[in-house]
Design a protein around this ligand. Structure first.
Ligand SMILES: [Cu+2]
Length: 154
């Protein structure tokens, strides 16, 4: 009898632990690793934008961003401030979270997404309600790009 009670107790504890792990692993959003240099303010605002849109973000402050971009396959003409990695894709610059969710759902054959430069009004680059027109580009390591989504000016 006592043995049964202990066994039931152990099972209950085990199941609770299992549930906690399950919730942690499967209910959490995709995890993104962001590389930025120590003084990049707009990079931090973009990180907040990702977190607000369900991503688990890990920030790595690095000294040589150019080196980081090279190792993550960012073509030099597409460079921006921060570089991020999510599920094997590289995300360069102020890419809207919505497009990253779409990328992870569609899983196209590509190196990643980039918003070159730092367009005013892109996520993390807000300045009132103004927005410069900008494109989210799907890119390959050889520098080939296609427009993934166009954002109009407003
Ligand atoms: Cu920036």
């Amino acid at each position: 009898m006592r043995f049964r009670l202990i066994l039931t107790g152990l099972l209950a504890v085990g199941f609770t632990l299992y549930l906690q792990v399950y919730v942690h692993v499967f209910a959490a959003g995709p995890s993104v690793t962001v590389y930025k240099d120590a003084f990049c303010g707009c990079c931090s605002v973009w990180v907040k934008h990702l977190e607000a849109n369900g991503f688990q973000v890990k920030v790595n402050v690095v000294e040589n961003m150019d080196e980081r971009k090279r190792t993550n396959g960012v073509p030099s003409n597409l460079k921006s401030c921060h570089t991020a990695v999510v599920n094997g894709y590289t995300i360069e610059g102020h890419v809207p979270a919505e497009e990253i969710h779409r990328l992870l759902k569609e899983r196209p054959k590509a190196k990643g997404l980039a918003v070159p430069g730092m367009p005013i009004g892109s996520p993390g680059m807000e300045a009132g309600t103004t927005r410069q027109a900008f494109s989210v580009l799907l890119f390959d390591t050889d520098g080939k790009t296609s427009v993934y989504r166009q954002y109009s000016a407003r």
